[in-house]
Design a protein around this ligand. Sequence first.
Ligand SMILES: Cc1ncc(C[n+]2csc(CCOP(=O)(O)OP(=O)(O)O)c2C)c(N)n1
Ligand SMILES: [Mg+2]
Length: 320
Amino acid sequence: MSMSQEQLLQVFRCMVKIREFENRAHEVFLAGELPGFLHLYLGEEAIAAGVTAALRADDWVASSHRGHGHLIAKGGDIRLMMAEIFGRSTGYCRGKGGSMHIADLDLGILGANGIVGGGIPIATGAALACQYRGTDSVVVSFFGDAASNRGTFHEAVNMAAVWDLPVIFVCENNLYGVSTCQRDHMRITDVAERGAAYGIPGVVVDGNDVEAVYEAAVTAVSLARQGAGPTLLECKTWRHQGHFVGDPCAYRDPSEHEEWMAKDPILRGTRLLIEQGLATEEAIARLTSEIKAEIEEAIEFGRSSPWPDEADLLTDVYSE
Ligand SMILES: Cc1ncc(C[n+]2csc(CCOP(=O)(O)OP(=O)(O)O)c2C)c(N)n1
Ligand SMILES: [Mg+2]
């Protein structure tokens, strides 16, 4: 199923929002304003935007350490996100979790996760809950190429397959796990091949093509919703920056980097909107500056919020 013009504009807006959020988070991190680690989603925006466009509000997502894009696409409040990244008490986890622990159950966001592959069994468990409760909600698990080497992936995918759980495993294959190139950490080219080992569809898609991601996600979501079980959807992509902010990324070939930068999803989305007469360059510039203002407001909210109180050091650690 292809996207309507309105959906195309909506996913484009979503990609730009993620891009601008990440660009500014990068800048304030480099200015020394943010504690902790930051794993930017720059370059991978089409996956979060395309997949979540195929979801309903009552569906769920479980994210990874590179989670900002997934959270924004599922409707996460960028003010609360930014405040959390700034470590302030107004943030999603009252400033005690940071970038990798943001969750919002009201929005179906099961959480970012600092444990590589940690979100995969969580998503699978949530899918079991959906099935058990008799709802037709589905769950998406976002994770990287290297995460698909973990036991958590293999156990969860097998269980989801055997029980026909309503989960879509979305592998964001950016070809690297930190500094290790995919060919040095697995013997196959397509992670999607791993689906066959568990008897589920394995689909490869161009992860920088938001329409292609959306179409593949619609098929996978519809199977899951009908009770036909999980799909492993591999989205080929590229992160623009190093693994985390501060990684000089010297291990990647500059010419390969240039090739991928030419396939940037927002560049392609811009071209598409203009070619199809859906937007002019001026309209895109206007949209971008509106989004930039929204992000600036979120940054100001984070920056000016109070730090957590020392007396609250041990609250919110366990369920109370
Ligand atoms: C269980 C575990 N092992 C190792 C790490 C350290 N670590 C953080 S991210 C990462 C690489 C993840 O690569 P991939 O799954 O491809 O995701 P990407 O960062 O490329 O998006 C590693 C090894 C961790 N956080 N958790
Ligand atoms: Mg990777």
